[in-house]
Write a protein that binds this ligand. Structure first.
Ligand SMILES: [Zn+2]
Length: 173
């Protein structure tokens, strides 16, 4: 299930192919109960055509993610048109944590978009063997300026980078 809100009409939407969504959802499911992460590649910043999973090497993968350095580096060096970063929040809502915002500094400039998935009712999923239902939120990574309207700019620690929420549109390749 993709999260849509009308109030983002002034913000350029992000487009995700159904194929990339399926890959992302599958990877998220097999990583449970841990956070899943990966990158999105595409032909332009607003077009996310493919999802590529990256191993989460965080010491605490229940609540954090950290991209496997070698996998991540080889993707970058391989000349992939990297556009976005994805991770899941298996046990919390799909909104950026303060750690997520802190981490932006190490990625910003490499990605322009940022996707987070929350998982609806993971307990009932295990009980009934159903596929987990994802709630995806999507953001543009913005460099803060004095005039930036970005949603998370007011976060107390004065991050250089912030996330501006936008609409995600699923489309056929
Ligand atoms: Zn997070």
């Amino acid at each position: 299930m993709v999260h849509k809100k009308d109030e983002f009409h002034n913000v350029q939407p992000l487009k995700l192919t159904r194929e990339a969504y399926k890959e992302l959802a599958h990877h998220t499911e097999i990583c449970l109960p841990f956070e899943a992460c990966g990158i999105l590649v595409g032909s332009s910043p607003d077009k996310l055509d493919r999802f590529i999973p990256v191993t989460n090497v965080s010491q605490n993968p229940l609540h954090h993610f950290s991209l496997h350095p070698a996998e991540w580096t080889s993707l970058l060096l391989g000349g992939m048109p990297v556009q976005g970063l994805y991770h899941s929040h298996p046990s919390s809502p799909p909104v950026p944590s303060s750690e997520d915002l802190n981490q932006l500094g190490s990625f910003a400039g490499l990605f322009t978009s940022y996707l987070i998935a929350g998982i609806k009712a993971p307990a009932s999923v295990q009980q009934h063997g159903q596929k987990p239902e994802l709630t995806l939120t999507s953001y543009w990574i913005r460099e803060n300026t004095s005039t930036s309207p970005a949603s998370y700019q007011s976060h107390p620690s004065g991050f250089t980078w912030s996330l501006e929420e936008t609409r995600l549109v699923l489309h056929e390749s």
